[in-house]
Design a protein around this ligand. Structure first.
Ligand code: GLA
Length: 376
């Protein structure tokens, strides 16, 4: 089964935008392996928009890879990615044009799915720009979902309609394995905070087989790249990554992975075993906001397998302050006599067994995340 756990990998858009090429992809594949990312779970390398010429081939009707960006074609790139033990992802759009105005797959769904299968694609991100008036989202995603099933290759279907048209209510029925439930991220605190808070009421729709995708990660961009917009501090990237893990979002890295060897903080963050364990937990249960104070100091809880529970104290306010937890809200009653033995995910510190109520002082834009076990 595809997408039994939130998919993990890399996507070109956040850093490279239209500046993608054969060498960018090969160098990124090399960096992924050198930095040990496959061992941490990252497996897909996805090429986003801007990989083709502006028009289809007039004879075959196929989309044509840009010969300047990809002189050896897409199959050669795909073969290289596969030779590194990674999986290869492509991009298209449900409308007549992609968001950056390259050919979209509308009315070419079956031909394009076959073309992606010929490339050896394992993943397709499918956008929503230039949708004809006559068609709607369910129809268009159903079409490509079916075309992918018919194409003879197992391809993970990543829908991207930015959370429009009540997508959470119909997307699973199209065969999609993940779906964007938000607008586009850019590289600053306000952007990822707004995305996270906008998702609280949608978390329950995320489940094994089809996960809510809250967009590609910005960790390590530091204000440069295609979606750069001021950048984040390390503390903010930590909160960003932890929120994506708690929310069971696909973890699609968006920074320039070739720079990771000079970014030890980011490398440690995106390989943090505890956070990835929370994200990849086999039960795939959604997080829930259990306590929200003073605006945006939020405590999240997510049940894990083996009777563990993850708790995140996220201070999304602009000043330091307390995040709270009333154990009663988790179903842990005072009369029952139980508390939680709590181990912090970043420091590894075991803070012992806590009961009934606790608060943690969290710096502005910061967080703590605990993996907890019921204990007397
Ligand atoms: C949309 C998507 C982005 C990216 C761009 C490419 O905005 O939401 O993730 O794929 O299109 O043009």
């Amino acid at each position: 089964m595809l997408s039994r756990k939130p998919p993990m990998g890399f996507n070109t858009w956040n850093t490279f935008g239209e500046k993608i090429s054969d060498s960018v992809i090969r160098e990124t594949a090399d960096a992924m392996v050198e930095m040990g990312l496959p061992d941490a779970g990252y497996e897909y390398l996805v090429i986003d928009d801007c990989w083709s010429l502006r028009d289809r081939d007039p004879v075959t009707g196929k989309i044509v890879p840009d010969p300047v960006k990809f002189p050896e074609g897409m199959k050669a790139v795909s073969d290289y990615v596969h030779s590194k033990g990674l999986k290869f992802g492509m991009y298209s759009c449900a409308g007549t044009r992609t968001c950056a105005d390259y050919p979209g797959s509308f009315d070419h769904e079956y031909l394009d799915a076959e073309t992606f299968a010929e490339y050896g694609a394992d993943f397709l991100k499918y956008d929503f720009c230039y949708k004809p008036q006559s068609a709607n989202g369910p129809l268009l995603y159903r079409r490509m979902g079916m075309a992918l099933k018919a194409c003879g290759r197992e391809i993970l279907f990543s829908a991207c309609n930015w959370g429009c048209d009540d997508v959470e209510t119909w997307i699973r029925s199209t065969g999609a394995h993940m779906y964007r439930s938000t607008g586009d991220i850019n590289d600053n605190f306000r952007s990822f905070k707004d995305i996270a808070l906008s998702q609280i009421d949608k978390l329950a729709y995320s489940a094994p087989g089809c996960f809510n995708d809250i967009d590609m990660l910005i960790c390590g961009m530091y204000g440069s790249g295609n979606v750069a917009n001021g950048g984040c501090t390390d503390e903010e990237y930590k909160t960003h990554f932890a929120l994506w893990c708690m929310f069971s979002s696909p973890l699609m890295l968006g920074g320039d992975l070739r720079k990771l060897k000079d970014q030890p903080f980011i490398l440690n963050l995106i390989k943090n075993r505890n956070l990835i364990r929370i994200n990849q937990d086999e039960e795939g249960r959604p997080a829930v906001a259990v306590c929200r104070r003073d605006g945006d100091r939020v405590t999240f809880a997510k049940h894990l397998s083996n009777n563990e529970i993850a708790i995140m104290f996220a201070n999304l306010n602009d000043d330091d302050g307390n995040c709270e937890l009333f154990f009663d809200e988790l179903g842990i009653t005072a009369a029952g006599g139980y508390g939680l033995e709590m181990t912090e995910c970043f420091t590894g510190e075991n803070i012992g067994v806590k009961k009934e109520y606790m608060k943690r002082r969290i710096p502005a834009h910061g967080c703590e995340v605990f993996i907890c076990k019921l204990s007397k």
